[in-house]
Every structure is written in C-alpha cells, then in structure tokens.
Design a protein around this ligand. Structure first.
Ligand SMILES: Cc1ncc(COP(=O)(O)O)c(C=O)c1O
Length: 402
C-alpha cells in the first residue's frame, strides 16, 4: 500500500470514528433532556418587520402580529432611558426602589407586595421555578396564552385544560369543576390572548369559591389598561386573596415590549419566595427607568387607549361586514375566523406579500382562526386594503357559496 493510500485510509477511519462519537454524544445529550422538554415546541413570536422587509423586498410594512403599542413608547420613557445610558457601567438597583415606589403610589400597595421581572412572562418563569415541580397539576383553559403553557410544561407540570364555551370564552363552570385539592396553579389570562375575551367580576367570584386556599391563582392582566373601563371586568387589585398573584406589564399599553419589564402584586410571603429564585438585577437599569417614565406620562396612555378604541370598532365592523365572525375583545387585538388552517395560511401569506403581518394561531391550537393587532389609522387602512385585494381569491377558494 502506498503512503498516500495509507494516509487516505487513516483519514477515513478518523472521520468515521468522530462521526460515531458525535452520534453517541448526541444520544447522551438527548438522554439528558427530560421527555416533557423534548416534546415542547419553541415559542414562536410574531414575524419581525426586518425579516419581512428582507424576504419580500418591501419597505411599507405594518406589523399587526404582537399586540404592541402602535404609538410607540412615551417620550418621558425615552428621556429617562436615554439619560440612564450614562450609568450602564453600574449594576442597577436590585430592589428597583424608585419603580416600586411609583407603583406603590399608583396602586396603594407596599413594596413588599411587588415583584418585578423581565416582562410579565419573566415573572411567570419565577413562579414556575419557585412553585411548580414535575408532576404538579396546573389548570387553565384550552387555547389560552401559549407562553404560560410553555413555561408550565417546561417545569414538568401536568397541564390540565378545560374546553371553552361555544363563544370561545373561558368556561368558568368547567374550571370550577376541574379545580381540586391537587391543583397547584390555576392560570387565568384576563383578558385572554388570543381570543380577547374576559371573565366577569361575577364569574371570578363564583370560581374563587371552588379554589382551595393552597392553589396559586395567576391572574395575568397583560391587557388590563384596555379592559379596565369595561363595567363588569374585575380589577383584581380590589380583591386581595392571599393566593392570587396579579401580573401586569409595560409591554402592551405602555409601549415598552423591547425593554422587557413586567410587575406583579401578591401577598408578602408569596413575593418573598419569588425573590429567592429571581435573578438579582432584573429588570435592568434601562427597563427600570423606562417604566418610571412611562408611568409618569398618563396622557400617552390615554392617547393609546383612545386610538385603540377607535380603531377597534372600525376593524370589528370591517371584519363583521366580510363575514369573518370577529370575537368581541377588550384588548388591542381581534381574533377572527377563517374556517380552516389552509384558509388561515392563505390569508397570512397573501397579507404578508402586501406587507401586512398578522398572526396565524396554529400554535395556540386555533388553526382556523387568525389574530390581528390594532394599529394606527394608516396601519389599519393598509390591513383593510390588503384584505380587500385578497378577498375575491379567498372567497373563491374557501367560501365558494358567498
Ligand atoms: C396574556 C399575556 N400574558 C403575558 C404576555 C407577556 O408579556 P410580557 O411582554 O410582559 O412578557 C403576553 C404577551 O403577548 C400576553 O398576551
């Protein structure tokens, strides 16, 4: 055998050996992943504007996929964040004293009743870390906010979900029946994402009669600011059950999704336990300052709600007239019916071609529905025009009888 042939054989042997080693390593890595994590799907966010611009070569894009504030952040928040940039060589105040004081002033609570985190989802992650152990029973409604499903499942919880009512609301009676001594956590998104529905004050009171004192109730009020003026919406701050934690966020009405800051109110003992698992410097300095600025700018919040209310009714009417059976919503988004996964995909892709990003809901187990966030007047006009362009082909394909 020549030297070259020998070298070739040796190289081949080496490559084969490293391949088998790699396969073995992959198998070992797989074994290290718990089964419940292995089966879990990674969270899918709304398609980013930059991605659509790149993929479609478009410049006029309306992102109506992630329930963000179309007015942007408050200038007060920007001012606070900009001046904080000079201090980013320092760690932030780990107690976030100024932000907590501001929240105390607004909500008449004590700092010991407040937890802050990287978005309200960050706080949900602390709850999962502090309280949920593999096998624990977690109860919620079917097809509700997917972020919570992912967190509970990733902690190894046994997720129990109740079907919804025919009009897609939380079935409070079914939840009351399902809750039991073994329920560790009951999760209620109020208002709910992606349906936009809410449970009323009366329904909440009814449900709480069945909830054991040792069950943690998460009231996720990410869209509180949009719902609060609805007459029978329960403001959970008026109820102070020791086992209820209220979660709110700066990501929606306050327009600060990008800096990740959320807050929660609960009994002191509860908050103390959460602080034990919380990373010390969350939220970061910029987030703390931005949130303070946002809370100071009440007119910006008012403008946000005013725009949302106007555009919401226009959008509802538009979708109603075109027979999409939009669900009534107390939030900054509307969920509407397409009839099939194929129709949802068609609509999503055709709107995307026209620069309008909406949200398909297959991941939420609602493949025959899509969701559109409420944007500015111009953005909704873009959506309406794109829809009307697509509609003849859509109707021909999916609603030939109309
Ligand atoms: C119901 C609900 N809860 C929580 C969140 C997460 O918000 P945050 O940005 O505060 O983590 C969202 C975001 O879409 C949501 O819809």
């Amino acid at each position: 055998m020549s030297f070259n042939q020998l070298a070739f054989r040796l190289k081949r042997l080496y490559l084969e050996a490293s391949f088998y080693l790699y396969v073995e390593e992959t198998k070992v890595a797989k074994k290290l992943i718990p089964d419940y994590l292995d089966k879990l799907q990674v969270y899918q966010a709304g398609k980013p504007i930059e991605e659509v611009a790149r993929e479609k070569g478009l410049t006029h894009i309306s992102k109506l996929a992630s329930n963000e504030n179309p007015l942007g952040p408050s200038p007060f928040a920007i001012r606070e964040m900009t001046s904080a940039l000079w201090d980013i060589h320092r760690y932030p105040d780990m107690h976030a004293t100024d932000l907590k004081n501001k929240l105390c002033e607004l909500y008449k609570v004590k700092p010991a009743n407040i937890i802050l985190g990287n978005g309200s989802e960050g706080i949900m992650a602390y709850i999962a870390r502090a309280f949920i152990q593999p096998g624990d029973e977690v109860l919620t409604a079917d097809k509700t906010f997917i972020g919570f499903h992912i967190l509970a499942t990733s902690a190894g919880a046994k997720l129990v979900t109740c079907p919804r009512t025919e009009d897609m609301k939380y079935d409070v009676k079914a939840l009351a029946k399902a809750v039991n001594e073994n329920t560790k956590v009951l999760y209620i998104a109020n208002p709910d994402n992606p349906t936009g529905s809410y449970i009323t004050e009366k329904e909440f009171d009814y449900l709480m009669q069945f909830v054991p004192k040792h069950t943690i109730v998460i009231l996720d009020e990410a869209y509180f600011e949009f719902a609060q003026s609805t007459w029978d919406y329960p403001d959970s701050m008026k109820y102070r059950y020791d086992n209820v934690i209220t979660l709110r966020t700066f990501s929606k009405a306050y327009g600060l999704s990008g800096i990740r800051v959320g807050y929660g109110f609960a009994h002191e003992n509860f908050i103390t336990a959460l602080h034990k698992v919380k990373l010390p410097f969350e939220p970061n300095l910029i987030a703390q300052k931005g949130a303070i600025g946002a809370l100071t700018d009440y007119p910006h919040l008012e403008r946000t709600i005013r725009n949302n209310t106007k555009r919401y009714y226009e959008t509802l009417k538009f979708l109603d007239h075109r027979n999409f059976k939009p669900l009534r919503s107390t939030t900054n988004f509307i969920c509407f019916y397409t009839g099939s996964e194929e129709a949802s995909d068609f609509l999503f892709n055709k709107l995307l071609d026209r620069g309008v990003i909406i949200r398909p809901l297959k991941a939420n187990k609602l493949p025959d529905w899509v969701r559109v966030s409420i944007g500015l007047k111009e953005e909704m006009k873009h959506f309406f025009e794109a829809m009307d362009e697509v509609l003849p082909e859509y109707n021909q394909k999916f609603r030939p009888d109309q």
